[in-house]
Every structure is written in structure tokens, then in C-alpha cells.
Design a protein around this ligand. Structure first.
Ligand code: PRP
Ligand code: URA
Length: 210
């Protein structure tokens, strides 16, 4: 299964700041957005390009454009929302779908409470966004929701900041061919379903609801 662990020093430096319990909401939000942009840069590496003619002040030449493949960003609410702004700045033409999901705190089973997607979703390359891959339940349910709407698995890339080995295993077993991008595979999940060492509750830290 294609899993890409992004070990670029800039990403790793920012992940360390994100983990730090002293990092407040504003800085946490900014870091999530910046790291997401770096990840999208990497995830976009194999997007198709096509030739276009461009007239420079000196001559006419052939350039490349990404216009041929449309992209959708799909954040898993809430925490995935924090990843949108950084990627949007890189790829402003991307449409944005939203999937609302929370984990039942006792069972950790994800519950979908909202799903609104671009109408041409099935024709788009999808970056599915969630900072945390813990048990993997939310990601598996979100991918199922996308596939139920006609998206090909080969058109989905899952971008997360921190993953637990348990989540990687579950997601990989459910979707062996899914492309996963993460900045870290951490040590383990604790008994409450939190990633250790992790960074705490991403949604609460992004939105200041601690
Ligand atoms: C967090 C996180 C993921 C999910 C990961 O969301 O943002 O969506 O948990 O856990 P899983 O891999 O075990 O499914 P949470 O349920 O805390 O909701 P929130 O984003 O609204 O805070
Ligand atoms: N969701 C979070 O926000 N953090 C974790 O560690 C696990 C799930």
C-alpha cells in the first residue's frame, strides 16, 4: 500500500511545534494550515499536466498547466477544516466538499452527521483531509461515503498529519490501494483512542474548545 511519510525537515519541525502542549490555538491553526500546504505540494506531485501556449514578453513558448484534472478538497469535520486554507492558497481552483463526522466517545465508532459534495465529485481527484488517523474508523467511513458517490479509490489521497499504527493497519486493510500521506506514524493508541505521543485533540486545539 502506498504510504508516504513526509520527513522533510520543515514538516518535521512544524509537527514538533504542533505537538507542544504550550502551542496556543492561533499558532496551532497556522501550523496545521502550513503543514497541510506542504503535504498537498507533495501529494500533487503526480497530478497530470498538459501543454499550453504562453506568450512571454520575449516570445511564445509551451508551458505546463494543471487545468486538465479537477481537484476537490474534502475535510472531515471538524479538524480537517484546519487543513483547507493552506491548500486552498496553493490550489485556489479546488472545490471543497464537507463530511461531518464525530466519534462516539465510548465506542469510538464514527457517526456521519453531514455530507455536502461538489456535484461533479466523481470526476475529481480528491484530497481527503483529517489531521488525525487514530483507529481509522473516520477515514474508512469517509472513503466509503466518497466511493458511494461514484469516486474511484484511485482518485482519492488521504492526507493526515499524525497517524497511529492501528489506524494505518485498519485503513490499509479496508482499502489496500489507497494513497496515504502523513507526517508521522506515532507509537500507539491509548485506551481512549488518542494517539501517543500525538498532539492531543486536534479539533479542540484548532478551534480553542479545550
Ligand atoms: C478526530 C479526528 C478524526 C478522528 C480520528 O475527530 O479529527 O476525525 O477523531 O479518529 P479515528 O481514526 O479513531 O476515527 P473527533 O471525533 O475528535 O471530532 P472533531 O474533529 O469534531 O473534534
Ligand atoms: N483525534 C484527535 O484529535 N486526537 C487523537 O489523538 C485521536 C483522535
Amino acid at each position: 500500500m502506498p504510504i508516504h511519510v513526509l520527513d522533510h525537515p520543515l514538516i518535521q519541525h512544524k509537527i514538533t511545534l504542533l505537538r507542544d502542549e504550550r502551542t496556543g490555538s492561533k499558532d496551532f491553526r497556522d501550523l496545521v494550515s502550513e503543514i497541510a500546504a506542504f503535504m498537498a505540494y507533495e501529494a500533487a506531485r503526480d497530478l497530470p499536466v498538459e501543454d499550453v501556449t504562453v506568450k512571454t514578453p520575449l516570445t511564445t513558448t509551451i508551458g505546463k498547466t494543471m487545468g486538465c484534472k479537477k481537484l476537490a478538497l474534502v475535510p472531515i469535520l471538524r479538524a480537517g477544516l484546519g487543513m483547507v486554507s493552506g491548500i486552498e492558497q496553493l490550489i485556489p481552483t479546488a472545490k471543497i466538499g464537507h463530511i461531518g463526522m464525530y466519534r462516539n466517545e465510548k465506542t469510538l465508532v464514527p457517526v456521519v452527521y453531514f455530507c455536502k459534495m461538489p456535484t461533479d465529485l466523481a470526476e475529481r481527484e480528491i484530497f481527503l483531509l483529517d489531521p488525525m488517523l487514530a483507529t481509522g474508523g473516520s477515514a474508512v467511513a469517509a472513503i466509503k461515503a466518497l466511493c458511494d458517490r461514484g469516486v474511484l479509490l484511485s482518485n482519492i489521497k488521504f492526507l493526515c498529519l499524525v497517524a497511529a499504527p492501528e489506524g494505518v493497519k485498519n485503513l490499509t486493510e479496508a482499502y489496500p490501494d489507497l494513497c496515504i500521506y502523513t507526517a508521522s506514524i506515532d507509537d500507539h493508541l491509548n485506551e481512549n483512542g488518542y494517539i501517543v505521543p500525538g498532539l492531543g485533540d486536534a479539533g479542540d486545539r484548532i478551534f480553542g474548545t479545550l
